[in-house]
Design a protein around this ligand. Structure first.
Ligand code: ATP
Ligand code: MG
Length: 502
């Protein structure tokens, strides 16, 4: 009678495990069965992992996105013209990744990390996976440091903190990109690294943005990751993940990073195209079932790490384009529910000259309040409610002619506020400028200034504070608080300024 000994079984199993790799190595190359629309079906690579990079005979890379019993589906990162039936495909056993180093700063790269600005090759850096798990709760810290956009309408009412994710949402041509680029310009000298990810944009638009950054010396701390409208959907799909991998490299080093995804609507469309070509079943609006996960796993990687984990942060400004102001469509609702607030831009406001066209009623910042400076919080006071009241009152007083004095005053005050919130492109306001403007507005110092002259008055009085009342400006910038005494000093100075012109 033969006896089966357990150590014998173990040794056989061990041998099997040790030889396992030998078997896979023999099956490392496969060949293309069919190719088209940026998708290749490959036979013969049985052990390929989901998300693994494969290389085609002509050097083009692909990523495994679909694993079936006998074949795998790959998306192709480049032109599929050189690939045909029978083309050899090799496994790399590596997940999709991007090489990142400090040298990336100031460069324009494509979704695979290759420079496209004609300034030469980038040195080999750290190879970081594009898809990375988001930091866990233990590694995180709550948001408490402001990320100043320099835009009064946002910093005063919808403050954004470092590590927050704030959505910029609005119809086409409502100034979404402008808010993001102005925010990047405002980060000069604030120890922030900015990454602008262009997804499915026209090459001319990206070139314009890069030239704006260059002209304003913003490229020193900025990296632009692009996937143009002419690029294959596969590259548009991975671009935001590549951008986030770069951001994580800097976050792990303790830096604060700002990343803009412009825009995630086009990202979702690119992913829908890929999914349909891979024959996944379509769901609502023909998007695949995992389109929520597409954006949630991306945005969840923006966070603020605690000191033990490195202490850096990633602040995300994703952009979504709506159709006719419809925020309840599939992709907008998804991203609204993932982010920590949204800035809603409205076409009607934009066309009536209110720029930036922030809709005060529909915008919100869910965590930024904790990050707002004390000075700003005190100065802004109830401006949001005042504006809401004004807009309501404006609607039902437009037909009546005889209004009582109190109503007239409130209308005048509201009009002045709206005027003050207008801000041209590329003119960020510093903390002290914003605080002074808000104090003067909410204390009704500007009430007797005609609405058409409010902007000029604001400019002049800020200049006056800068040149003749510099201790006040300095105190705000340094202490970042607004004491009652300082408030009185500001009002005193403003009165002195006004009496000069009387
Ligand atoms: P798209 O849907 O095409 O991406 P968008 O919503 O990103 O458009 P922008 O490209 O930022 O909008 O802006 C549209 C136009 O409005 C631009 O020509 C820009 O110069 C102008 N614009 C945006 N913001 C302002 C502003 N605050 N003041 C003056 N002009 C502005
Ligand atoms: Mg845009």
């Amino acid at each position: 009678m033969s006896v089966i000994r357990s150590d014998e079984i173990i040794s056989i199993l061990k041998e099997e495990i040790a030889n396992f790799d030998m078997v896979t190595r023999a099956l490392e190359t496969g060949s293309v069965i069919s190719v088209g629309d940026g998708i290749a079906t490959v036979y013969g690579i049985d052990h390929a992992m989901y998300g693994e990079i494969v290389i085609f005979e002509n050097g083009v890379k692909g990523m495994v996105q679909d694993i079936r019993r006998n074949e795998i589906g790959c998306i192709i990162f480049g032109k599929d013209t050189g690939i045909c039936e029978g083309t050899k495909v090799t496994r790399t056993k590596k997940q999709a990744g991007i090489s990142v180093s400090e040298a990336c700063l100031g460069r324009v790269v494509n979704a695979l990390g290759a420079p496209i600005d004609g300034k030469g090759e980038l040195p080999q850096g750290e190879y970081l996976p594009m898809e990375q798990e988001a930091p866990g709760i233990v590694e995180r810290k709550s948001v408490s440091v402001p990320m100043e956009t320099g835009i009064l309408a946002i910093d005063s009412m919808f403050p954004i903190g470092r590590g927050q994710r704030e959505l910029i949402i609005g119809d086409r041509q409502t100034g979404k990109t402008s808010i993001a680029t102005d925010t990047i310009l405002n980060q000069k000298g604030k120890d922030m690294i900015c990454i602008y990810v262009a997804i499915g944009q026209k090459a001319s638009t990206v070139a314009k943005i890069v030239s704006t950054f260059t002209q304003n010396d913003a490229m020193d701390y900025t990296i632009v990751v692009t996937s143009m409208a002419s690029d294959p959907a596969s590259l548009q799909y991975i671009a935001p993940y590549a951008g986030t991998a770069i951001a994580e490299y800097f976050m792990k080093k303790g830096k604060d990073v700002l990343i803009v995804y412009d825009d995630l609507s086009k990202h979702a469309v690119a992913y829908r195209a890929l999914s349909l070509l891979l024959e996944r079943s379509p769901g609502r609006e023909a998007y695949p079932g995992d389109v929520f996960y597409l954006h949630s796993r991306l945005l969840e990687r923006s966070s603020r790490l605690n000191e033990a984990a490195g202490g850096g942060s990633i602040t995300a400004l994703p952009i979504i384009e709506t159709q006719d102001g419809d925020v309840s469509a599939y992709i907008p609702t998804n991203v609204i529910s993932i982010t920590d607030g949204q800035i809603f831009l409205e076409s009607d406001l934009f066309n009536s000259g209110m720029r930036p066209a922030v809709n005060v009623g529909l915008s919100v910042s869910r965590v930024g309040g904790a990050a707002q400076t004390k000075a700003m919080k005190k100065a802004a006071g109830s401006i949001r409610i005042d504006l809401a009241q004004y807009r309501e009152m404006e609607v039902f007083t437009q037909f009546s002619s005889d209004l009582d004095a109190a109503t007239k005053e409130q209308l005048q005050y509201g009009k002045g506020l709206m005027e003050l919130l207008k801000q041209p492109l590329g003119c960020p306001l510093s903390l002290s400028e914003q605080v002074l403007t808000l104090v003067l507005a909410t204390r009704k110092v500007m009430l007797d200034v005609p609405v058409s002259k409010v902007k000029q008055f604001q400019k002049d009085i800020l200049e006056y504070f800068k040149t003749e009342q510099s201790p006040i400006v300095q105190e705000i910038e340094e202490t970042k608080t607004l004491t009652d005494q300082l408030m009185d000093e500001i009002l005193e100075a403003a009165r002195a300024y006004k009496s000069r012109f009387r």
